[in-house]
Design a protein around this ligand. Structure first.
Ligand SMILES: Cc1cc2nc3c(=O)[nH]c(=O)nc-3n(C[C@H](O)[C@H](O)[C@H](O)COP(=O)(O)O)c2cc1C
Length: 284
């Protein structure tokens, strides 16, 4: 029985990774933890949710699991903010008008980089704090991202679907005011969660020959690798529409690299650094 389940899970992981990377690894069916690997390998974001609430106790459990994530120097510089009050939720969602599906998401969270407590410890214990530089922000932001990733993993384990939201930073100042974020506390990302209404789809990633390095960073064949990825991805998951057609026109083959080049051909969140500095972080 165990062996049978192991073989099925191993095959599922192999299929997910083949779809993701265009290469099929061999997975030993006798490995432990294959159910966890199957969920990780089969990851997809969810933006369509059932009209079914997520119990507060379950949400608290997943938040506690998420906040069990490792933390740089045990400094514990990441927080989760649950946006639950209906008028506040509406006000926050209104700041992300390109994502109307958010109104149907049962759970809305904001993952925070909290650089406020560490200097507070220095004040509390009467110590100098000569570390007010970029690393304070970087550590807190990395911790915030790790906590968010752990939240997604815990949520997936109980069958919930999630979608991170960098869009929460589009109007970072207003979000900060609405959520009462003090100095040195900034949003890393928002996150929508709920019970998925659809199975969702695996999104292919760049090949492992591009993103997995051994001993030395390799970039030699990048153009060809990107081209190969564009074609593999377009065969599995073509874009439904082309971006910024009024500026760049329609092209016959529209791949990932064309889409990302068009996306980043306009300034995005160029004022974010100003916001972060105004929140009291030093970026030097
Ligand atoms: C930090 C972060 C921010 C994201 N922000 C948004 C967002 O604002 N809106 C959105 O619809 N998706 C957002 N996403 C989801 C990505 O678009 C998604 O992960 C990507 O298209 C790959 O799809 P997959 O996660 O299903 O493999 C974000 C993902 C991450 C990791």
């Amino acid at each position: 029985m165990q062996e049978h389940t192991g073989s099925k899970l191993a095959a599922r992981i192999e299929e997910s990774l083949a779809e993701r990377f265009g290469e099929r690894p061999h997975v030993d069916p006798n490995l432990t933890g294959l159910d966890e690997l199957a969920r990780i390998a089969g990851h997809r974001v969810h933006r369509d949710f059932l009209d079914r609430p997520v119990e507060p106790a379950l949400l608290r459990l997943i938040c506690a699991c998420a906040l069990s994530a490792p933390s740089k120097s045990d400094l514990q510089q990441a927080d989760i903010l649950i946006v639950d009050d209906p008028p506040l939720r509406r006000a926050v969602i209104a700041l992300m008008p390109d994502m109307p599906w958010l109104a149907q998401a049962p759970v809305l969270l904001v993952f925070l980089a909290d650089g406020s407590r560490t200097p507070q410890l220095a004040r509390l214990r009467g110590k100098p704090f000569p570390n007010d530089h970029l690393d304070l922000l970087f550590n807190a932001a990395v911790d915030g991202a790790i906590v968010m990733t752990t939240f997604m993993r815990a949520a997936a384990a109980v069958g919930l679907g999630c979608c991170p939201l960098s869009a929460i930073r589009d109007e970072a100042g207003e979000v900060s005011t609405l959520l009462g974020l003090p100095q040195r506390v900034i949003p890393v990302a928002g996150l929508a969660a709920g019970w998925p209404a659809q199975a969702g789809r695996i999104t292919p990633r760049l090949g492992l020959d591009t993103t997995l390095h051994q001993d030395r960073y390799r970039q030699a064949d990048l153009d060809r690798q990107i081209d190969a990825y564009d074609r593999r991805r377009a065969a599995a998951l073509p874009y439904r529409r082309q971006r910024a057609v009024e500026r760049f026109g329609e092209v016959q083959f529209y791949g990932w690299s064309e889409d990302k080049a068009r996306q980043y051909a306009q300034p995005l969140r160029a004022d974010f650094g100003r916001f972060v500095r105004a929140k009291g972080f030093c970026l030097d």
